[in-house]
Design a protein around this ligand. Structure first.
Ligand code: V47
Ligand code: SF4
Length: 376
């Protein structure tokens, strides 16, 4: 690596100056892992000190039936396939009761795009959850799903999001972004919402006061320039709206997918992606090391490579486990605490909107925004 180039980039990071797409490409293609990690950790420590966040959540994938056939997806099923399922209202209520019993503050809801279900069915999923336990934060439906609802109803995104908000929606998860480059999208998820639609939906959500997350699926057919393009487009939208909360780099899991011949990204690449994201996304508060897909060990190490969040207890995860994830489907709070403390950080429970969760016996209340805790 050219020392001169690296020194310039390091100087920018130290001064809190924005990195250019060219800097990003240079770091992705040339920088060694420890340099990337050291610089990203500098930014992470500046923003969060030694705090590391987690939440107590539960997942619900109400159906796996999907009209699309993304090549990286092992979760979807055809309508008549043996593994196809659709949750009834009672099954949804049961999951909410389980969430309550486990002390969850969030339910994360995503699924397939069922050929025979109307938009009302998806609104009803949100309503049933909300009516069963109004305090539970509902983080539901990716940009791809919102785009499908617009296709079903022929209504604008604003209308769709307002209906969902009225039913109890609290925020949007970051899925469906994959890689924004249309050439890559044509190879891995040809028919679903394109990058412009995904960006427009998140912009609309932010304008309506809904916070959202963003993801990037890496380690398949994409190259460094596609990853940097993806990060820069997210950074631009965040400059406009400030509505993103966290960025989650998602490692491709190949098992049982249409791209099973591609090897799973290595721990080396996983840590590089965490660090690169922290360095490029200077206007995102949080970088999440999603332990379900990284594995507990890499997620733990990632806390020293730019990540400040490990997601949550995550009971009932299906998307990665169908694609061969070997992690458990859930971790206890004690296990998360141990993982975080061993990495030299202090665990702080957060809610979906990144406010502290204060527990008193079986009850919890929402405290200060986490930004107030750093260096407090
Ligand atoms: O959009 C699907 C990805 C996403 C595979 O917002 C796969 O807090 C790897 O977005 N290998 C859904 N990735 C999950 C998601 C998410 C996860 C955790 C937290 C949040 C959040 C969001 O999962 C999909 C797709 O990009 N995906 N199949 C696979 N085989
Ligand atoms: Fe369907 Fe989502 Fe799987 Fe694509 S990733 S096939 S949209 S369930």
């Amino acid at each position: 690596m050219s020392d001169q180039r690296l020194q310039t980039i390091e100087g920018k990071v130290q001064d809190g100056e924005r990195l250019t797409p060219e800097d990003g490409l240079y770091l992705d293609e040339q920088a060694d892992l420890l340099t990337l990690g050291r610089l990203a950790n500098l930014v992470r420590r500046r923003r969060h000190g030694n705090l590391a966040y987690y939440n107590t959540n539960i997942h619900l994938n109400p159906t796996n039936v999907c009209v699309y056939r993304c090549r990286f997806c092992a979760f979807r099923a055809d309508l008549k396939a043996e593994k196809a399922y659709v949750f009834t209202d009672d099954m949804i209520r049961q999951r909410v009761h389980e969430a309550k019993a486990s002390g969850a503050t969030e339910i994360h809801v995503v699924g397939g795009l069922h050929h025979q279900r109307s938009f009302d069915w998806y609104v009803n999923v949100v309503r049933v959850i909300h009516e069963t336990w109004p305090e539970l934060h509902i983080k539901a439906w990716t940009g791809v799903e919102i785009n499908w609802f617009a296709h079903l109803t022929k209504k604008p995104y604003t209308w769709i999001l307002e209906q969902l908000k009225e039913a109890g929606l609290g925020s949007l998860p970051g899925g469906g972004a994959e890689i924004f480059d249309e050439g890559v999208r044509a190879q891995i998820c040809e028919h679903k919402a394109d990058s412009e639609a995904w960006i427009e939906i998140h912009r609309t959500a932010h304008e309506l006061g809904l916070r959202s997350n963003a993801t990037m699926l890496y380690g398949h057919v994409e190259a460094a320039q596609h990853r940097i393009d993806h990060l820069v487009r997210l950074r631009q939208l965040q400059d406009d709206t400030g509505g993103f909360q966290t960025f989650i780099p998602l490692a491709f899991h190949p098992e049982n997918t249409g791209m099973a011949h591609i090897p799973k990204p290595t721990g080396h690449m996983d840590l590089r992606m965490i660090a690169l994201s922290r360095l490029m996304l200077d206007n995102f508060d949080h970088i999440k090391a999603y332990w379900i897909m990284l594995g507990e060990s890499i997620a733990q190490v990632a806390l020293g490579f730019g990540a400040d969040d490990v997601d949550g207890t995550v009971v009932h995860e299906l998307i990665y486990h169908d694609a061969g994830a070997e992690t458990p489907e859930g971790l206890t709070v004690a296990q998360l605490h141990r993982m975080i403390r061993e990495a030299g950080c202090e665990p702080v429970e957060r809610d979906t909107l990144y406010r502290q969760v204060i527990r008193e016996g079986a009850n919890w209340k929402i405290g200060e925004p986490l930004s107030k805790l750093v260096n407090a």
